[in-house]
Design a binder for this molecule. Structure first.
Ligand code: TPP
Ligand code: MG
Length: 546
């Protein structure tokens, strides 16, 4: 068979269902071999869209999402999504065609050293130089991508190698890596520190979700009566409705939930990743005793000096420590939870227009079932979603907080719908991030993946305005004009809605969620709330007794 065919067999062997990408001249042998495969190729309108689709597909399923481009400009277009997957710890395998090995040593049309280019944004980047190594390279790429901490891998496939004949090679057997149980002595140390703590608190990160340890986390909290805060990327690891949940921590400002960390003497970090939320934010005085529970050792940071680290299977560790530690009497931060819950509902009836961020988040939550999936883009809207959207289940509120790239939500929603066709999907996005990848609406219409796009319209790079106002008191070069989003939607054959008064938002959402097509909602947002929040948090006094 041709090497390209062997390559396709290897992808099938990994259980790949979808490949997202853009065909090019240097990947024609792969494209042709795909015609004889059950894998579905989703032809996208930009390689960045394809990479974000693979990124979110990988994050939601735990199996590497796959994207494909041609050489040179096709490959460089993949980069943002590949970097995003790598820093959000989403398994991904990115593949690019390459010029023939006979012209890689010299200046030549569209040739770039792609392996070097992708090295800093992947866990493993390589070139196929001999057809016979294809089974090893593909297996290694998937294994590395899917092993803790998951991330991106990159394969560069020169066109002359893809066209070669190869005999006697078959895909390698797929083996799942096994994470061992923690050492008893470490479990005992952690249990001792937690038993002696005056006020322990759990900080749960995305690693808990990746390890499938959310139920173990809930039991741990219940058995020991320890409250849990999650990072943005761990939303839903602890159901928000649980009385021990303190919601989400993630703003670069002192927030309500920070008061719980101020009160705590011991912070139990479970599957926590400082790439998303720097420890200086919750341990500024470097005075917390940190218990690090993860499958890998902690990163070095002066604000993250661990008292003990328990390495191994996260679920098993939580069960073992819960069994050994002495339960605390009562939920010492109950009062804080009451204030957080009250704040989320504060503007639920607000009818002012443009719509306040808190009200958008509230109405969206009311309209969605616990299993429905929201993908947030990056901007001020992400801060409000991260802070106030109540998630009950893991992987139901996807936020990019490692690389935090704008443009993920629309392609991400398409991938979410492919991964979970029975669940409803909403892309929550700013007006700027929306237009960065809105070309993928066409892909979604073609792929028949219905979802809702909720645009928070402020005609600005709102998060940057917020930042500038906080630092300098005046905005600089952040305004723009938007197209007519309703007409734009209709030009794709999608549905378009405009929120003209606040009371319409819930009913428009309800309608859009049943449209069974791509529906785009243009929702004017009142970002005067951003600076009001800043002010409120600056003046915040802890609701907890000192
Ligand atoms: C690809 C990319 N470019 C720039 C940034 C920096 N950035 C973060 S948020 C933001 C503004 C987002 O504007 P919009 O999408 O309208 O959302 P809003 O903040 O208004 O809610 C920018 C420019 C980024 N994170 N990603
Ligand atoms: Mg905006």
């Amino acid at each position: 068979m041709k090497a390209a065919e062997l390559f396709v067999r290897c992808l099938e062997n990994e259980g790949v269902q979808y490949i997202f990408g853009v065909p090019g001249e240097e990947n024609i042998d792969i494209m042709d071999a795909l015609l004889d495969s059950k894998m579905q190729f989703i032809t996208t309108r930009h390689e960045q869209g394809a990479a974000f689709m693979a990124d979110v597909y990988g994050r939601l399923t735990g199996r590497a999402g796959v994207c494909l481009s041609t050489l040179g400009p096709g490959a460089t277009n993949l980069i943002t999504g590949v970097a995003d997957a790598n820093m959000d710890r989403a398994p991904m395998v990115a593949i690019a065609g390459q010029g023939a090995t006979t012209r890689l040593h010299k200046e030549s049309h569209q040739i770039l050293d792609l392996v070097t280019l992708f090295a800093p944004i992947t866990k493993y980047a390589t070139q196929i130089r001999e057809a016979e190594v294809i089974p090893e390279i593909v297996r290694k790429a998937f294994k590395v991508a899917q092993t803790e901490k998951p991330g991106s891998c990159f394969i560069d496939f020169p066109e002359n190698i893809a066209a070669m004949q190869i005999a006697g090679k078959v895909p390698l057997g797929v083996q799942a890596p096994y994470t061992p149980a923690p050492a008893d002595v470490k479990v005992a140390q952690a249990a001792h520190i937690i038993s002696e703590a005056r006020c322990p608190i759990v900080l749960a990160g995305n690693g808990v979700i990746r390890a499938g340890a959310t139920q173990a986390l809930v039991s741990f909290a219940e058995v020991l009566h320890i409250p849990v805060a999650t990072t943005f990327m761990a939303k839903g690891a602890m159901p928000f409705s649980h009385e021990l949940s303190l919601g989400t921590i993630g703003l670069k400002a002192r927030d309500l939930v920070s008061c719980g960390f101020e009160q705590a003497d011991v912070v139990i970090c479970v599957g926590y990743d400082m790439v998303e939320y720097h420890p200086v934010q919750w341990n500024p005085g470097q005075d917390k005793a940190i218990v690090h529970i993860d499958s890998l050792p902690a990163e070095v940071d002066e604000h993250y000096i661990v008292e003990t680290g328990v390495l191994g299977n996260i679920g098993e560790t939580l069960r073992a420590v819960a069994w050994k530690a002495r339960p605390h009497d009562r939920h010492p931060l109950r009062k804080l939870r009451e204030v957080i819950v009250r704040e989320i509902a504060e503007l639920s009836e607000d009818q002012s227009f443009p719509v306040k961020p808190q009200k958008i988040v509230w109405d969206l939550r009311q309209m969605l079932a616990p299993d429905d999936i929201v993908i947030s883009d990056v901007g001020a809207h992400k801060m409000w979603m991260g802070r106030m959207y109540q998630a009950e289940r893991p992987n139901t509120c996807i936020i990019s907080n490692g690389f935090a790239s704008m443009g993920i939500a629309v392609p991400g929603a398409l991938a979410a719908k492919l991964a979970f066709p029975a669940r409803r999907v909403v892309a929550v996005t700013g007006d700027a991030g929306f237009l960065m990848n809105s070309q993928e609406i066409e892909t979604a219409m073609r792929a028949r993946t219905p979802f809702v796009i909720l645009i928070w319209n402020d005609s600005e790079y709102g998060l940057i305005t917020w930042h500038q106002l906080r630092h300098f008191g005046r905005p600089s070069h952040i305004s723009f004009q938007n197209p007519d989003f309703v007409k734009y939607a209709e030009s794709f054959g999608a549905k378009g809605y405009r929120v003209e008064k606040t009371s319409d938002l819930a009913s428009i959402l309800k309608q859009a969620l049943t449209d069974n097509t791509v529906s785009i909602i243009d929702c004017p947002v009142d970002y005067a709330e951003n600076m009001k929040l800043t002010q409120k948090l600056q003046d915040l006094t802890s609701p907890l007794p000192l």
